[in-house]
Ligand binder design. Structure first.
Ligand code: GNR
Ligand code: NI
Length: 180
């Protein structure tokens, strides 16, 4: 298993609409295992394949306190939605920013497991929120898209600045050190 790099907003690759998974083979299982390891290490309660630059309809979630109850959703579909909830959300692709998003409070999801077997599951509370957040990712959507453009621009500028500073440190560490 390996920890993969998580793409960060405003990386255009996060806007890719993922393709359905058609092969339930060893390559898929390797991606799933890497995604679980990456999610647990981050740490996060969910991760979509899009976030690790794999453009397939695949998400992993674990909302358990003990971090030992992984849920793998492949080619997920929402069959029904009920109610409304506003939750303070964060995203591994938008590090350091949290804001409230309104979503359905209960959903029924149909998906395939890692062997391709179809199952359905009722989700509520944080699990329902997380499934909707992850399913947005595989459609190229981010939670900041629900905020005002003013807030989204502010977040984008802050993250772009941080990314440029990181790149500068990585590309010329010697020159920067001797300049001190
Ligand atoms: O770790 C995460 N926490 C979280 C909190 C509230 C609503 C959604 C999430 S998902 C997020 C991990 C992530 O970015 N998944 O795509
Ligand atoms: Ni996210």
């Amino acid at each position: 298993m390996a920890i993969r790099t998580i793409l960060e907003f405003p990386d255009p690759r996060l806007r890719t609409r993922a393709q359905p998974v058609t092969r339930f083979d060893a390559d898929l299982h390797r991606v799933i295992d890497d995604m679980l390891e990456t999610m647990y290490a981050a740490p996060g309660i969910g991760l979509a394949a899009t976030q690790v630059d794999v453009h397939q309809r695949l998400v992993v979630i674990d909302i358990s306190d003990d971090r030992n109850d992984p849920l793998v959703l492949i080619n997920p579909e929402i069959l029904s939605r009920e109610g409304e909830t506003a939750t303070e959300e964060g995203c591994l692709s938008v590090p350091g920013y949290f804001d409230e998003v309104k979503r359905a409070s209960k959903i029924r999801v149909r998906a395939q497991d890692r062997d391709g077997k179809v199952f359905e599951r009722d989700c509520e509370e944080i699990l329902a929120v997380c499934v909707q957040h992850e399913m947005d990712h595989i459609d190229g959507k981010l939670f900041v898209d629900y905020l005002s453009s003013l807030k989204r621009e502010r977040v984008r500028k802050k993250l772009e600045k941080e990314r440029k500073e990181r790149a500068a440190r990585a590309s010329a560490p010697e020159r920067r050190r001797s300049a001190l």
